[in-house]
Write a protein that binds this ligand. Structure first.
Ligand SMILES: [Zn+2]
Length: 128
């Protein structure tokens, strides 16, 4: 008889099954779109002189914002905007060893199997 799974393992497996792209982003780090889809806008005056550069993760749709001064130096903290449900889904997964092992195993299975179906489609480049 197989040993019964802990609640943490079940939570990790459930998360991985329902959120393969979020899993991939957490384990392999995010996959930011190239500069064709990055934007640079002027910072609001109260944040200083410079630009906000925004990039989007090709898999999960998370946005990352950076602040750059007018001399070309990044400053301040990176900030993120997550897709609806992203953080709430992760909050359901315990931080213990069983849950993290379940996530790791699920990610290994993804790496060994077909993945293209789970990739967020690339946007069509804009033509001027
Ligand atoms: Zn992502």
């Amino acid at each position: 008889m197989r040993p019964s799974l802990s609640e943490s393992t079940k939570a990790g497996r459930r998360f991985a099954k329902n959120n393969p792209n979020y899993l991939r982003c957490r384990r392999a780090k995010r996959h930011w779109l190239d500069e064709d889809n990055a934007t640079a806008t002027n910072l609001p005056k109260e944040e200083g002189a410079g630009w906000r550069i925004t990039m989007e993760c090709v898999r999960c749709g998370t946005f990352r914002h950076e602040k750059w001064d007018r001399y070309g130096n990044r400053f301040g903290n990176l900030t993120y905007e997550w897709p609806d449900g992203y953080r709430e889904e992760f909050a359901q997964v315990p931080q213990d060893k069983d849950a993290q092992a379940a996530l790791n195993l699920a990610w290994l299975k993804l790496l060994r199997g077909p993945r293209s179906a789970t990739v967020h489609p690339l946007p069509v480049p804009r033509i001027a």
